[in-house]
Design a protein around this ligand. Structure first.
Ligand code: G16
Length: 543
């Protein structure tokens, strides 16, 4: 067996987005495509020689083949060892945990997250750093730079490793340790939450439905919820990860998790519902007949985290992405802790978590997590909710009502306009940005504009600056419009329109969010002229 050096040429478009490189599966399967990008990762981190990595993915189409290629490339680049989830399966938070637990030099995760999987759908590759978190912008930019200069990659010609067998094998002198995909992660969850209290709640008849959407979380949820916590068999549905996610779009929101929504609003609704995405880092939480928005969920988790043993000492601080609602900021103020506002992308939380300045983080895009790993973590959020429900002995609806009564309510919604023409989307954003100097003082939909800017972030830990992170229009009454283009799509552009309005209460706390936000929605369309630029007047997805 030999390490071969294969001549190659740069391939256009290998620029990582919000979370790794995502492309159509046939693109990733094209000649040298995966190899070029993986070599660019190794080159960007100063080579793989003597290093140890974690490797796994969400099981989507091409997962297994890609894992074998990456193993041979790691060997070809002189890596000492790769720790792989059995059958190359690891949820994103489980991979983050293994990177930290084993103090490795990072890890490669195969996933396009919530994007559909299959031969004609999406595939993705991301690199996580030794802290377990997504590579920061400086590193992803270095990957891109290497990808445009690449002339060769290194790969061993050794045969495939049997990834079904737990234990250690060797590949051209490199150790390949195949580990149980679930065990270490389940142990971590057990160390954080009050499992006995949750077990008692299930034993007393508490009913739940967890929709794994035929994606990676199924085996994790079954082991933790059904085996360890005693939830009724069948609590976890769509529990077997499939290469095409059974045709489901594994994005846990009311649109794509419609089966769960139907169950939770039906006559036989269980007490609690939850769903997770392709790679297990997102979560959606639903009470009986009640959808909890991710921004509200983050605020409730922050206000109640102390009820879980792992957070009993309180939170150091909280962080949210800029487009996420300010609901958690109100909780932080009440707790007397710092609240940070970062750009979209989990990678921006890494420094705050590493520095011990934030304990809980969250995003409007169905991501919530803490300093237990350096990724958002779907099942973790569900377990924290279960822990809170078990300790407070109230329904989700009661907890939400009390929360709004105490803190007021940040009505919030996100409208997505998908697969619009990229040039039209960019022109619309540029025109809106250009109009900013003229906006303050103007009245739109009966509301006065107080300020408008393009969000720029200075990392409070390392001072790095990230500009152009989303257009904000702030109103004098506290309402807010944010617009940005998605960094995770693989087709055209997706416009994300984020809408928010604060209601202090005690009146007006139980409106329908779309109704409560009607003037803000009207103002957004008037100011950005969405229909004129894109031809769209209604969004494809509302969350
Ligand atoms: C990724 C990032 C998140 C981000 C989300 C949406 O999530 O990790 O931090 O909020 O994309 O990004 P965008 O609005 O640019 O599409 P995931 O679950 O896809 O990895």
């Amino acid at each position: 067996m030999t390490a071969l050096t294969i001549a190659t040429r740069p391939i256009d478009g290998q620029k990582p987005g919000t979370s790794g490189l995502r492309k159509k599966t046939p693109v990733f399967m094209g000649a040298h495509y995966l190899e070029n990008f993986v070599q660019s990762i190794f080159d960007a981190i100063g080579g793989a020689e003597g290093k140890t990595f974690v490797l796994g993915g969400d099981g989507r189409y091409f997962n297994g083949r890609a894992a074998q290629i990456i193993l041979r490339m790691a060997a070809g680049n002189g890596a000492a060892k790769v720790i792989v989830g059995q059958n190359a399966i690891l949820s994103t938070p489980a991979a983050s945990h293994l990177i930290r637990l084993n103090k490795t030099d990072g890890g490669i995760i195969l996933s396009a997250s919530h994007n559909p999987g299959g031969p004609e759908a999406d595939f993705g590759v991301k690199f996580n750093m030794p802290n377990g978190g997504p590579a920061p912008e400086a590193v992803t930019e270095a990957m891109f730079r290497h990808s445009v200069d690449i002339t060769r990659y290194r790969i061993s010609d050794a045969p495939d490793v049997d990834l079904a067998r737990i234990g250690t094998a060797t590949l051209d002198g490199m150790a390949v340790e195949v580990v149980d995909s679930v065990a270490d992660y389940a142990a971590l969850m057990e160390s954080l939450f009050d499992f006995p209290a949750i077990r008692d709640m299930f034993a007393a008849g508490f009913r739940m439905r967890f929709d794994a959407m035929c994606a990676v979380t199924g085996p994790y949820a079954r082991e933790i919820l059904e085996n360890r916590l005693g939830a009724a068999p069948g609590t976890v549905v769509h529990a077997t990860p499939l290469p095409d996610f059974g045709g489901m779009h594994p994005d846990p929101n009311p649109t794509w998790a419609h089966e769960l929504m139907a169950e939770m609003t039906g006559p036989e609704a269980p007490d609690f519902g939850a769903a997770s995405d392709g790679d297990g880092d997102r979560n959606m939480v639903v009470g009986r007949g009640l959808y909890v928005s991710p921004s509200d969920s983050l605020a409730v988790l922050a206000a109640n985290a102390h009820l879980a043993p792992g957070y009993a000492r309180g939170l150091a601080g909280v962080a949210r992405s800029m487009p996420t609602s300010a609901a958690v900021d109100r909780v932080a103020r009440a707790l007397g802790i710092d609240a940070y506002e970062t750009p979209t992308g989990w990678k921006f939380f890494g420094n705050l978590l590493d520095a011990g300045r934030a304990t809980l983080c969250g995003e409007e895009s169905f991501g919530t997590g803490s300093d237990h790993v350096r990724e958002k973590d779907g099942l973790w959020a569900v377990l924290l909710w279960l822990n809170i429900l078990a300790r407070r002995r109230q329904s989700v609806a009661e907890i939400m009502a009390e929360h709004f009564a105490r803190f007021g309510r940040n009505y919030y919604s996100r409208h997505d306009f998908e697969a619009i023409e990229t040039a039209a989307a960019e022109t619309m954003m540029a025109a809106l940005r250009m109009s900013f100097p003229r906006l303050p003082g103007r009245i739109v939909a009966g509301m006065e504009i107080a300020a408008a800017d393009d969000f720029s972030f200075t990392d409070p830990v390392d001072g790095s600056v990230s500009r152009g992170q989303g257009l904000r229009i702030l109103f004098a009454n506290g309402a807010r419009i944010v617009m940005r283009l998605s960094g995770t799509g693989t087709e055209g552009a997706t416009l994300r329109l984020y809408l928010e309005r604060y209601a202090p209460g005690p009146e007006g706390l139980d409106l329908d969010p779309q109704q409560a936000l009607a003037p803000v929605i009207q103002a957004a369309h008037a100011l950005a002229r969405i229909e004129a630029y894109t031809g769209r007047s209604t969004p494809d997805v509302i969350t």
